[in-house]
Design a protein around this ligand. Structure first.
Ligand SMILES: [Zn+2]
Length: 248
């Protein structure tokens, strides 16, 4: 079993460092668990990335810009692991959300062990994300970067998984949480100067024909029912977020 705890895919999401610090206290064999700092250079200058979003750069390029080369270099390492855990933070009001790209049996099993509030099966980013290259890739988007609660919850949930895998022996509460699953299938584009309406909330259904953004007296109207996903993320410039459908 080889697990990678990947942090700082986005160089400004410092929560990854704090998670790694907590997880290292568990003293798990280094042949099994390794911590990988993905974008050190971006982290050093407190930026999300140097040239382009690393999480949209896979499989990468041998001769490219910083993130393209980095993705190319990280690719075999990501592929060699059985499980890749990728730690993020978010500026949108997501709570305890796991993001996966492959919705296979093992991934579902691990999700059921973790019991997050939401699971997003990402089909909208076209295999360019870091976790899309992993056998089993699970990204944590639990909340804001400097929120101690976010940190606590991520660490607690990683521990649940490690206990399930027999790596640690700790007590875990048997409380059952329900998980909602969403298939995330396309981006919602943001025309210039349009602003989201206040009523729009992540995971709250927008109906076909409903208005969701405006610019002066011009409105954007939903062409189909969809759940807004990752709306309000400040790092997206030309789109509001994604369209999701519930998986039942
Ligand atoms: Zn991130």
């Amino acid at each position: 079993m080889k697990i990678i705890l990947n942090i700082l895919t986005h160089g400004d999401e410092k929560i990854g460092l704090k998670v790694a610090k907590e997880i290292e206290k568990l003293n798990i064999n280094k042949n099994i668990l390794s911590v990988q700092i993905a974008n050190k250079k971006a982290f050093e200058i407190h930026k999300r990335f140097i040239d382009q979003d690393l999480n949209r750069s896979f499989p990468g390029k041998k001769f490219g810009n910083h993130e393209q080369k980095l993705a190319y270099k990280l690719l075999p390492i990501i592929k060699s692991a059985d499980i890749v855990i990728d730690i993020h933070s978010t500026t949108s009001n997501l709570k305890n959300t796991l993001i996966v790209e492959k919705f296979n049996k093992k991934t579902i099993k691990y999700i059921k062990v973790i019991q997050p509030k939401y699971v997003l099966v990402m089909n909208a980013t076209k295999n360019n994300a870091l976790i899309s290259q992993a056998k089993i890739g699970i990204a944590f988007e639990y909340g804001k970067d400097n929120n101690p609660n976010t940190l606590k919850k991520i660490v607690a949930d990683i521990k649940k998984l490690f206990k399930h895998l027999g790596l640690i022996n700790i007590r875990i509460s048997k409380r059952k949480n329900t998980t909602k699953y969403f298939n995330v299938f396309s981006k919602v584009h943001k025309p210039k100067e349009y602003k989201l309406l206040k009523k729009i909330k992540n995971y709250k259904l927008i109906y076909k024909g409903e208005t969701f953004a405006r610019r002066g007296n011009k409105y954007l109207i939903a062409e189909e029912d969809f759940y807004p996903i990752l709306f309000g993320e400040k790092n997206y410039k030309d789109y509001f977020g994604f369209r999701g459908k519930k998986i039942i």
